[in-house]
Design a protein around this ligand. Structure first.
Ligand SMILES: [Fe+2]
Length: 355
């Protein structure tokens, strides 16, 4: 399996990972042969990258944090809940807390301690993708910060629901491809308060900490965040985890207003905000666990050679094992050779594609 840009996919290639829509239904299943008709539809859906089968990279294992069944169920429940809120209908919260609990039960079985991109992207609803990915990243971070399992379940639930207030905002503003006007940004900035107002009404069924995560996820340690300008430990520890993963997901996921940024840029943005935007301790733990590369990703080395990331070692998630595929002049490496970058300090990755 390898991940390539949609523009590089051609008819006859075979899909190696399911593509979902917002309802959790599969748009295209693993094993589907890509045709010009499918590619045309994927371009219209603004799909940026696909995982495709490639016998040269059969041994590449791109981690799937959640089973297909849990991903589908989570997306479907989130979609139903968000639609009900948008339509001002009453909504039940127990399905969300149950699926948050199931997500955590699956995640704690994962042997890997590194935080890697989930690959979950439905391509037609950024808020759903963002919420589910945030739940996964925040639960993984909470596990690394030694929170208890019941706490991690509350945290995952809060991460799933943190942006529910956006359902009160005009979708035209949420999905606007261009720069927001000051007035539009002012409207967006109301979503933490709206989310809290919605969730606090469910306090008999849901921990009030979950409602506070929605309220506080845009606060910053130095008090420059919104809506209340809380500082330091005035911000709940659960929310201080979420502010990190919320920004990480927003940077690395696909959004209508820009291309997703590289993992290295996400690393630098979080690093430069330690102690000001982000909790220093939690942020440092996140960065130490955050993989800078994703298996299947094509990279260029300082020597000019091209390679594919094969796997990440838990001991050094930022120095992957790679497979050299071509020389600087483009001549294929024969046979392709695997190298552990942790054991070859003279080699470094200078650029990546396609993320
Ligand atoms: Fe938000």
């Amino acid at each position: 399996m390898r991940q390539i840009k949609l523009t590089e996919v051609h008819p006859g290639m075979v899909l190696a990972r399911n593509l979902f829509n917002r309802k959790g239904h599969i748009l295209l299943a693993t094993g589907a042969m890509l045709t010009e008709n499918y590619l045309h539809k994927l371009r219209r859906l603004k799909v940026k990258t696909l995982f495709i089968q490639d016998p040269r990279y059969d041994d590449i294992n791109i981690p799937e944090y959640l089973s297909l069944e849990t991903q589908q169920r989570a997306l479907s429940i989130l979609n139903t809940t968000m639609e009900k809120i948008h339509n001002r209908e009453t909504f039940a919260i127990n399905a969300i807390s149950n699926v948050a609990s199931d997500i955590v039960e699956e995640l704690i079985l994962q042997p890997s301690v590194s935080i890697q991109l989930t690959g979950i992207a439905t391509h037609d609803d950024y808020t759903l993708d963002h919420s589910l990915n945030c739940a996964i990243y925040t639960a993984l971070l909470a596990r690394s910060c030694d929170f208890t399992i019941p706490q991690i379940k509350e945290i995952a639930c809060g991460a799933l629901l943190h942006d529910v207030g956006k359902m009160k905002v005009d979708k035209g503003i949420i999905n606007k491809p261009g720069r927001l006007t000051e007035k539009e940004f002012g409207i967006i900035k109301q979503h933490p308060q709206s989310g809290f107002n919605l969730l606090v009404k469910k306090r008999w069924e849901l921990s009030s900490l979950v409602a506070h995560m929605a309220w506080q996820h845009h606060e910053k340690i130095d008090g420059t965040g919104y809506p209340r300008g809380l500082q330091g430990e005035e911000i709940l520890n659960y929310s201080r985890l979420l502010t990190i993963t919320d920004v990480y997901e927003a940077i690395t996921g696909c959004r209508p207003y820009r291309k997703s940024m590289k993992l290295q840029e996400a690393y630098h943005i979080i690093h430069s905000g330690l102690g000001t935007t982000f909790d220093k301790n939690y942020g440092e733990i996140f960065l130490s666990k955050m993989a800078l590369y994703s298996p299947g990703m094509e990279v260029t080395l300082n020597t000019g050679e091209k390679a594919i990331v094969i796997s990440l070692l838990e001991s050094a998630p930022q120095k992957p094992i790679i497979r050299l595929i071509s020389y600087p002049d483009g001549t294929p490496y024969m046979p392709p050779t695997d190298i552990n970058l942790a054991k070859n300090p003279q080699l470094s990755i200078v650029s990546t594609s396609p993320i």
